[in-house]
Design a protein around this ligand. Sequence first.
Ligand code: F0G
Length: 366
Amino acid sequence: MDSTTAKSQRSRGVIERYREFLPVSPATRIVSLGEGNTPLIHCPQLSKRVGRGCEVFVKNEGVNPTGSFKDRGMTVAVSEALEHGASAVICASTGNTSASASAYATRAGISCVVILPAGKIATGKLLQAFVYGAKIVAIDGNFDDALRIVCQLGETGDLAIVNSINSDRIAGQKTAAFEIADELRDAPDFHLLPVGNAGNITAYWAGYREYCAHGRSTKLPVMIGFQAAGAAPIFYNRIIEKLETVASAIRIGNPASWKQARAAIAESRGAIDVVSDEEILAAQTWLARQEGIFVEPASAASIAGLFKCCDSGEAAYSFQKIPEESRIVCTVTGHGLKDPDVMIGRMKELESVPATVGDVRRAIGL
Ligand code: F0G
């Protein structure tokens, strides 16, 4: 590799871009796969749905190296783990954290252990952990059980925990807020996102506040988080043991960053709300067919949430009197191909036609 190629590779990734805001030293060996710098997509159909001259943007985190926002935090967490001499990383996961940890650990030349709730991980994500070569353990329990076990293991061994209880993860994930403020030349007025373990809402809020404090933006957004109705501990204000949702990524009953999420919502005068599985799947299809963006079900919670804010009298936050020309950002957290099973189930079996122009014309309806 010539030096120009090496340099251009090094200049990609969130640590290179936002080093001054991140807990790395000049000596840190940066473990990166070129994460971040994801598209902030202006969405005309969503904007029309909100009305009042508002503009809606979708921050498409599904185009990160392993297909989710987790890569932003993982580059920092794994780089730091390496600096502190860890020989392996460990995480509990509903799928995306494990995919990301496995890839970055491989990149760093260390091993990765992932503890997962058996039978509850989307096919694509489990496949990623397998292909990247992680040691995978499935437990008869949910994500909350897996995280409890990881915390106990992490206390004793020389395994570095790379769940979002590791502050390096949160630090890296803040960079999504920086990118949005840089691109819009200020923070948006509203920020909507799905909430599971509540690390991401914590990270965005920290990022927006930090940028404002450094004079890089002039305002702070209202933060609105959405949980799946069958896995909504923060909304109901109690630990949920019996979890039920199609959005397996946010199937969490006792979020680690519960308090921080509450603080973000209170300080930003925002809200936490729930969306049903039906609303989630309808929003997933709508976003694919109206805006050309295919996201996983958990990610569609932010879009389902936007619709609820616009349409429902029961929404925790109503957009009915939203100030004109507000700017709204919805984060979509993971790629649709990671978790395709529900949509595959809805796809009609294809019947073939003879290979002639006439038959194909008829099949198209020309
Ligand atoms: N969206 C997706 C696609 C996720 O994978 C997650 C969390 C969230 C939203 C919620 O983010 O936890 O920071 O509130 N996934 C974790 C995992 C729990 O293990 O992959 P959060």
